[in-house]
Design a protein around this ligand. Structure first.
Ligand SMILES: NC(=O)C1=CN([C@@H]2O[C@H](COP(=O)(O)OP(=O)(O)OC[C@H]3O[C@@H](n4cnc5c(N)ncnc54)[C@H](OP(=O)(O)O)[C@@H]3O)[C@@H](O)[C@H]2O)C=CC1
Ligand SMILES: Nc1c(N[C@@H]2O[C@H](COP(=O)(O)O)[C@@H](O)[C@H]2O)[nH]c(=O)[nH]c1=O
Length: 336
């Protein structure tokens, strides 16, 4: 039987995109566990920095699927899951193949080393999308080859690179993404557009981004708060892009504790930040075109509104299309 390794890797890629924008300062990573007859034992992702890596989440799910032992479902930290699996694996993974969009980490950071766990569990084959460019975590691949695993690199390489790109960008300098919510007819005005689940997702991104950029007219018209209240999260610093700099200082945006609100007429402040979200519409889109890496659109199944992206001719490549409640979520890059 010829195995289509990209099929299994692409499942991991799809799962990981659900957490893009939420894993900072970690990368979005996905992992599939395949049984010896090609069956899918688990498809999981890394959700949040400090929580288990994708490989650990996949091994946890696969262990439960294979053993029906509910004990593992009560374990949530990486340390707990590593320790449990090392003690109880009974060689059940010995003919399994593991697909990871990123080379398993070799270091002990906030969580123990995935490469070490994979080696000790006796997994047979390891398929990797891309190597880890983060020097402290890299070389998991070499460690696993030494341990006798069959390792193949660059399965669905381009897809894994697109997934990893934000991480590489914030490691090197900064990652900037432009997010908006629109209706089917392209309008962005008139208050709430996307579903509550989508807005929670955006608040979870605000919770981990260190700077949120907003246009001055939006502050005047929408009187937004721009915090992460829907997930009880931390409010990011705010850059208001404005030349005239006149605002009603009594609105909630200026009252949120423990964050800075800075008003500038250019983007030079961005150099001090790593993970940056611009929440904007057409004017901000035009002004930020040269500094944005990825675009994130929440497309709500509705018509209505009046203003939006008119008279802009750009084209995009869709990197991932997902669904959150009733909305479609598109991660894209602009075609140059
Ligand atoms: N659905 C959605 O996701 C969103 C919808 N919106 C809606 O869309 C509308 C438009 O928002 P958006 O397009 O983001 O932008 P805005 O109109 O809110 O902001 C653009 C800002 O850029 C400043 N500006 C204009 N030209 C320049 C320049 N050449 N150099 C520097 N600064 C400049 C203006 O400053 P000045 O203050 O001096 O005029 C203005 O405040 C908003 O009113 C809001 O209701 C906004 C964000 C998201
Ligand atoms: N209407 C709309 C968005 N609009 C953006 O959110 C801002 C309001 O933030 P806050 O006051 O914190 O709730 C608003 O000014 C605009 O930038 N975002 C979305 O995800 N979905 C939506 O439907």
């Amino acid at each position: 039987m010829v195995t289509d390794h990209s099929f299994y890797m692409n499942l991991a890629v799809e799962e990981a995109w659900k957490y893009q924008g939420l894993t900072y300062p970690n990368p979005a990573v996905g992992c599939t566990l395949r049984g010896e007859h090609g069956e899918i034992l688990a498809v999981e992702a890394h959700h949040k920095a400090g929580e288990p890596h994708a490989e650990v989440n996949a091994l946890k799910s696969a262990y439960y699927k294979l053993t029906q032992n509910k004990e593992i479902l009560q374990l949530f930290t990486s340390e707990q899951i590593h320790t449990f699996l090392l003690k109880n694996h009974n060689n059940i993974f010995k003919n399994c193949s593991l697909y990871s969009t990123l080379e398993p980490c070799s270091h002990v950071g906030k969580t123990p080393s995935c490469a070490n766990l994979i080696a000790q569990l006796g997994i047979k084959n390891l398929y990797i999308g891309v190597e880890d460019s983060n020097e402290t975590a890299a070389n998991g691949n070499a460690l696993l080859v030494q341990s006798g695993l069959h390792v193949r690199l660059h399965v669905s390489k381009e897809k894994c690179e697109d997934l990893l790109f934000p991480f590489q960008k914030f490691l090197k300098e900064r990652f900037v993404f432009f997010k908006w919510a629109q209706r089917l007819n392209g309008t962005t005005d008139g208050g709430i557009i996307s579903s509550e689940a989508s807005r929670k997702n955006v608040h979870a991104m605000r919770n981990v981004c260190d700077l949120l950029v907003i246009g001055g007219n939006t502050v005047r018209c929408d009187r937004p708060t721009l915090d992460a209240r829907l997930v009880n999260g931390k409010a990011p610093d705010i850059l208001i892009l404005s030349r005239q700099k006149e605002f009603d200082r009594s609105i909630p945006l200026f009252q949120v504790p423990n964050r800075k609100v800075i008003i500038e007429s250019d983007f030079s402040l961005l150099k001090n930040y790593k993970n940056i979200m611009i929440e904007g519409s057409a004017k901000m889109y035009e002004l930020s075109r040269d500094i944005v890496d990825y675009y994130l659109c929440y497309l709500a199944p509705a018509f209505g509104g009046e203003e939006g992206f008119k008279n802009i001719e750009d084209k995009f490549e869709i990197l991932n299309a997902g669904k959150e409640a009733e909305d479609i979520i598109l991660w894209m890059k602009r075609r140059i």
